[in-house]
Design a protein around this ligand. Structure first.
Ligand SMILES: [Zn+2]
Length: 479
């Protein structure tokens, strides 16, 4: 017995887009059927004609409810927005699953890293989100600093428990995992069927350029792209790809920023190496030229925005397949915190963007560049689900999948103002951006959580999701 029928929408499956009905039962998609063919008596019916029915967005990269380092804000109590706010914004933006992080990203000054218990850290993150989250959620686990055998010995167990991706950094003082340690981590993660999410920058270049610009009095934040440069991305991506080839481990490059990064990923994929790339949607609109404008570092997320030709390479990569996913690196703070630091060493990263990714991507790709609807579903949902192990539970409009759906009305045009958005922030870099097409309904496991601008979900709706990556994803570039 169906609970909900979406009638007559343009339904986007991985293979096709067709006018159809979607029948939902017990939180799952039960059937995708010929339009008009499903029973509508004693069932809630949503008239979806005129809208596009897509898999709910999957946000593969967000930093929710973590401290903002006091050297940025001078206020140790400042945190990025809590899960209620982030997931509320996500839900309004058509996102139904958010992947955040467990493990310590940044430590207070004077605190040194110790060998963590991965499962304890997972539990503590789950307790921050449980009962406070409108969407489903999962966590990458952050491995930072010199990672020793006590930690590496826990990786298999963590993967068994449903944490299938591990984030590493190749730069930033106490975050950087030395290259010598990566081989052992890569081997162990490969052996147990996990994937490595990498923030790849060449630490020598970053350190050298920071010192050089400070010495020359050129350390204004508008020069961030000279520190976190295209050369740095080129060298670091290729180094990581080379190490990964030896361990036969899958790599997910978070926030690709430069043409060089796209090319390095494409070359690895052409050699049949399982390497996947993400782009953030602020990098699809803004460039390093925006840094010099008043308040221009509001658009900044680390590593750094590059030049217009890099923006074009990221757009082309998502359009044609060298890149796989869009993300936000959501890390929402108030404007005074975001703009507090004004130098290359103090500027705040992070993007208040979890709500705008789908409508911005729809506008840029489907409307302006003729992207097919299945490809749009892939770069906003399906690919993240497959690469990071949520598929087939999530990421597609197919029978058996969770009924996580977003309805986009392509007839709506909306020039964004702060009042349109639902995060905790008091600014948005997307104010003034004209979206052509906008989410009008978001459904989480069969429950309508947002409808026509009204929040119908509850912070107790969200559940933690156990992940397991398909063997095809880890064996070759499968998406
Ligand atoms: Zn991040």
């Amino acid at each position: 017995m169906l609970d909900l029928v979406l009638r007559g929408g343009l339904v986007v499956t991985p293979a096709d887009a067709l006018i159809a009905d979607v029948g939902i039962e017990d939180g799952k998609i039960a059937v995708v059927a010929l339009a008009g063919s499903l029973p509508t008596e004693s069932v809630r019916v949503v008239e979806a004609a005129g809208t596009i029915v897509l898999p709910g967005g999957i946000e593969p990269h967000a930093h929710i409810a973590i401290p903002v380092p006091e050297y940025w804000a001078g206020r140790p109590e400042v945190m990025s927005q809590p899960p209620e706010a982030a997931s509320r914004a996500a839900a309004f933006g058509g996102v139904t699953t958010v992947i955040d992080f467990a493990g310590d990203l940044l430590l207070p000054p004077g605190v040194t890293r110790t060998d963590p218990s991965i499962l304890a850290s997972l539990d503590s993150r789950r307790s921050v989100f449980r009962g406070h989250t409108y969407t489903d959620y999962a966590f990458h686990y952050i491995l930072a600093g010199p990672v020793g055998p006590p930690t590496i010995g826990q990786l298999g167990e963590a993967i068994q428990e449903g944490v299938s991706s591990f984030k590493i950094f190749t730069t930033f003082d106490d975050l950087r995992v030395p290259y010598g340690h990566l081989g052992a981590i890569f081997d162990e993660v490969a052996r147990h069927g996990g994937i490595i999410a990498v923030h790849a920058e060449d630490d020598d270049i970053v350190t050298y350029m920071t010192d050089k610009l400070v010495h020359e009095g050129r350390d204004q934040a508008s020069n961030l792209h000279l520190v976190h440069s295209s050369l740095s991305e080129d060298l670091a991506f290729r180094h990581v790809i080379g190490l990964a080839r030896h361990s036969e481990v899958g790599i997910y490059f978070v926030h690709t920023t430069a043409r060089e990064g796209v090319v390095a990923i494409a070359e690895a994929r052409a050699r049949n190496q399982p390497v996947y790339g993400e782009a953030l949607h602020n990098y699809l609109e803004f460039t390093c030229e925006d840094y010099a404008k008043p308040g221009g570092t509001a658009v900044h997320t680390y590593p750094a925005l590059k030049y217009p030709e890099d923006r074009e390479a990221l757009l082309a990569g998502l359009l044609h397949g060298d890149l796989c996913t869009t993300a936000t690196d959501d890390y929402t703070v108030h404007k005074d915190v975001k703009l507090w630091g004004t130098t290359i060493r103090t500027v705040c990263g992070g993007h208040n963007g979890i709500e705008t990714r789908l409508p911005v991507a729809f506008t840029k790709f489907v409307v302006e560049r003729g992207m097919s609807l299945p490809r749009f579903a892939a770069i906003t949902s399906t690919n993240a689900a497959r690469i990071l192990g949520l598929y087939p539970q999530k990421g597609a409009v197919l029978p058996g999948c969770d009924a996580d759906l977003v309805l986009i009305d392509p007839r709506l045009t909306r020039t964004l103002t702060l009042a349109d958005l639902h995060s905790d922030a008091d600014y948005s870099i997307w104010e003034g951006f004209t979206c052509r097409g906008y989410p009008v309904m978001t459904i989480l496991r069969g429950k309508v959580i947002v409808e026509n601008g009204a929040l119908l979900g509850s912070p107790s709706d969200g559940r933690w999701v156990r992940r397991k990556i398909g063997a095809d994803i880890l064996g070759r570039p499968a998406v």
